[in-house]
Design a protein around this ligand. Structure first.
Ligand SMILES: Nc1ncnc2c1ncn2[C@@H]1O[C@H](COP(=O)(O)OP(=O)(O)OP(=O)(O)O)[C@@H](O)[C@H]1O
Ligand SMILES: [Mg+2]
Length: 614
């Protein structure tokens, strides 16, 4: 007898055992289906809806509004309907409407005839669009899954969702007792289990159903600046959107030479004019001219040594008081001019104005305004119509000529003991190389974009003087006017402004006080260390809710990562970015964006020789 011999079994090694699979990555911890919601493990709840009533008129990306709720899945299932089926169906409907029209006509039921004619017209135009390949028809099902961390939060969000849809005349249905099927249909696997809520739409209708923007990076009323490098979604930025998105409207942009700062600024400024944002650009390199000239109403003011610019620092404007009254603030103007000449004399003669000189300067300026009868009353800026100095006749009141620096000089020189001070002012009079502001104002204050081109100024001191006057002008005459208008002061190559205490202080003032005047400061600089290393520079940065970081030079990357509290992974991006790629930090929330311009904009926004229109 043989004893059955059992061969020992070979144990197979399962190398895939306990290896996480794809579904492990997205499947919930658990699933409990309730009447009208799902519990997906601990503290996670979900309610699934289907869109049943569609708005009569829809605009592109109309469903994007629901993303403001956060944690929403939107699933749009699109199935083409064969053309022959739809043409047959439409023909059937046209025939039935035409038959009805004949019946109504015979019965004398004329009230319904216009309605039937409209229906027939609509049906025929859709049918002809399909027959000529201009349109196609699709079955569309829209499934929305709303997520929350508690049942109360889910209820609250559900109410808001209903409101958002109701505002668009649309209606959702909760998938009662079919929540699991709903969830399966909402997953991005193309498995539509809910088959009974489809609706037919034309190509345009389907396109309008598609979400366009990333909710975190899409501000209502914003301008398109480029695409998210993570999701490819378009980015719409609105610096004036306000809290909770952005606490203020200021932006600082840093990156090394050629990283794309000026291009980004030009794109933002040009597109912002389309939504009514006015801009003043301080352009040390003369790169913005071609873009500004291209914009309707854009004005370029070239500031060149010895040439009158059309800006008179002694010019007065009315200001709006808190109670809405308009006044002329002569005291502020007088102290502004004293500060201007203290700074200028300090940087040219190496000494400030002594108290006596400062007092004489103020007194002379007041006398100049008095001489012209200009007081705090806005009417005192005008004289009655009639024959004026230039020999012309005016019917309405005419704006008085303002005192100029030459007038101020003449008054000073005639005063005993002021000749030293007058000598200090002499280089700033017309005819001298620094005399560009000894003139009457002629710059158009109502232009949507004004660009001050400083590129013809070579020496440091002239540049300092010019920027100081221009910045003062921008703050006084532009930023502080028209509170209801959104305005922007753009300062490119802002590191130059950090070099002098006075111009650095100016940027700090705009950053601190611009918000109250509805004015945004937009600074760009390649030398971030000029900002981080100075108190005023750090104050400007800390007042900018938006920070744009393009490619950085390896020497400053550590400082940048530390100063903006970036994650260590950001370092790689900042090192590797190509021109136009940036980290955009919106009140601390950071993402990577590729700034993008159209073919049409290219010649006006780029600076590479050959590409540029300059
Ligand atoms: N968003 C972009 N997409 C594609 N190319 C870009 C983009 N931005 C900039 N560039 C390219 O990089 C070049 C330099 O850009 P830009 O003049 O804006 O740099 P910059 O940072 O202002 O340099 P600099 O500090 O020297 O003024 C442009 O002429 C263009 O060719
Ligand atoms: Mg530049």
């Amino acid at each position: 007898m043989f004893k059955a011999f059992k061969k020992p079994q070979k144990t197979e090694i399962d190398i895939e055992k306990n290896v996480p699979r794809l579904h492990d990555l997205f499947s919930p911890d658990g699933l409990e289906e309730r009447f009208d919601m799902l519990a997906l493990g601990a503290s996670k709840y979900c309610r699934v809806y289907v869109l049943t009533v569609y708005p009569r008129e829809i605009s592109v990306a109309w469903l994007d509004r629901i993303f403001s709720l956060g944690s929403v899945d939107l699933s749009v299932h699109v199935d083409p309907i064969p053309d022959r089926k739809i043409v047959y169906k439409l023909t059937e409907k046209v025939a039935s409407a035409q038959a009805q029209r004949v019946v109504d006509m015979k019965a004398g039921n004329i009230l319904r005839l216009p309605y039937l004619e409209n229906v027939i017209g609509d049906l025929e135009s859709v049918r002809s669009a399909i027959q000529t390949n201009r349109e196609r028809m699709f079955y569309v099902t829209v499934v929305i899954a709303l997520h929350a961390f508690s049942e109360e939060e889910l209820e609250r969000k559900s109410n808001i969702l209903d409101d958002i849809l109701a505002r668009n005349s649309a209606y959702l249905r909760v998938l009662v007792m079919r929540q699991v099927d709903g969830l399966k249909s909402a997953l991005p696997v193309g498995n539509l289990v809910i088959q009974d809520y489809n609706r037919n739409l034309t190509t345009g209708g389907v396109a309008a159903m598609m979400p366009v923007s990333n909710p975190d990076l899409s501000h209502p009323g914003g301008v398109f600046i480029g695409y998210s490098m993570f999701t490819g979604a378009p980015v719409f930025y609105n610096s004036f959107i306000g809290p909770p998105h952005l606490p203020n409207q200021h932006m600082a942009c840093f990156g090394f030479s050629g990283s794309g700062k000026s291009t980004a600024l030009k794109i933002l400024v040009a597109r912002s004019t389309l939504v009514g944002i006015k801009s003043v650009i301080i352009d040390p390199e003369g790169e913005y001219r071609s873009m500004v000239e291209k914009l309707a109403g854009g004005e370029v003011v070239k500031i060149a040594p010895g040439r009158p610019t059309g800006i008179n620092p002694l010019d007065l404007e009315t200001e709006e008081e808190k109670d809405g009254r308009e006044v002329i603030n002569i005291t502020d103007k007088v102290s502004e001019i004293r500060a201007l000449f203290s700074a200028v004399v300090q940087n040219s003669a190496g000494r400030g104005l002594d108290p006596r000189e400062a007092a004489m300067l103020e007194e002379s300026l007041r006398e100049e305004y008095d001489f012209r009868g200009i007081k705090s009353n806005p009417d005192s800026l005008y004289e009655p119509g009639g024959k004026s100095e230039d020999g012309k006749h005016y019917i309405s009141p005419v704006r008085k000529k303002m005192p100029t620096l030459s007038d101020l000089y003449k008054r000073l020189i005639a005063k005993p003991g002021c000749s030293d001070l007058a000598v200090l002012l002499k280089p700033f009079l017309a005819g001298s190389s620094l005399g560009m502001f000894d003139c009457q104002t002629s710059v158009n204050l109502n232009a949507p974009v004004v660009c001050f081109d400083l590129s013809d100024i070579r020496d440091e001191f002239t540049r300092f003087y010019a920027t100081f006057v221009v910045l003062g002008w921008a703050w006084q005459k532009f930023a502080q006017k028209e509170r209801h208008v959104r305005k922007r002061i753009v300062v490119d190559e802002a590191w130059m402004f950090m070099k002098y205490n006075e111009s650095a202080e100016f940027l700090e003032i705009v950053a601190r006080r611009g918000r109250k005047h509805n004015t945004s400061l937009l600074v760009a600089s390649q030398h971030i260390e000029e900002f981080l290393g100075r108190e005023k520079g750090r104050a400007v940065i800390s007042n900018c809710a938006t920070i744009m970081l393009l490619r950085q030079s390896p020497t400053v990357i550590d400082d940048v990562v530390e100063a903006f509290h970036l994650a260590s992974g950001a370092r790689r991006y900042l090192e590797d970015f190509v021109p136009g790629e940036c980290l955009l930090s919106l009140a601390g929330a950071t993402t990577a964006v590729r700034i993008s311009f159209t073919q049409y904009e290219q010649p006006f926004v780029t600076t590479t020789p050959g590409e540029s229109a300059v």
